[in-house]
Design a protein around this ligand. Sequence first.
Ligand SMILES: Cc1cc2nc3c(=O)[nH]c(=O)nc-3n(C[C@H](O)[C@H](O)[C@H](O)COP(=O)(O)O)c2cc1C
Length: 187
Amino acid sequence: MDLPWGDEKSVKFITNVGLITSNGPHGNNISAIEWTHHVSYSPGLIAVCLRPGEATHENILKTKQFGINLCAAGQNILSSVAGGYTGKQHDKIGGLKELGFEFYPGKKIDVPMVKNAALAVECKLVETLKPGTHTIFIGEVLNAENNPEQEPLAYHKGRYWKLAEPISKPSPEKLAEIKAVLDRHRK
Ligand SMILES: Cc1cc2nc3c(=O)[nH]c(=O)nc-3n(C[C@H](O)[C@H](O)[C@H](O)COP(=O)(O)O)c2cc1C
């Protein structure tokens, strides 16, 4: 069965917003991609899922490199602009600079990166898969920089959220009870 765009089941996931920066036939560009997933530790691999026809999709196919800037909680406007316009019609990075957002050149790739993102990862394309509507681009990490001061923005039910407080761990008594039960279910 289908799991269409906007369906209540499709929007139930909690995702990050990857601000995907690229260069290529559409020039320097930025897009908002919630389907951004870490898929391997060694080598470090991250998958981003893009709809064919998007400017970012065409840029990545051509230059085989892209930046993944995990959108920070205070950068929701960046996500709205990156995801609300296409690089085929707008210089989004030029517009965002005028709106006060800053970019810096990638260290390993010829792509601008977003200043103050929660995490900044520079990738080279190593694999392309097309299992359904979207293309999965798998990027190998060439450089990754954490910004400890920034929490990532969360995306859920078509809205932006910020993380609140962590859930308390179970008490030692509860952990002991869980262990006793699992010991009885040991294979
Ligand atoms: C919060 C948010 C998340 C999005 N996630 C995705 C996604 O995972 N995959 C995708 O193909 N498009 C996604 N989009 C839509 C693209 O960002 C949108 O089509 C954008 O205009 C593409 O820009 P481009 O043509 O410059 O690449 C998302 C949009 C928003 C606002």
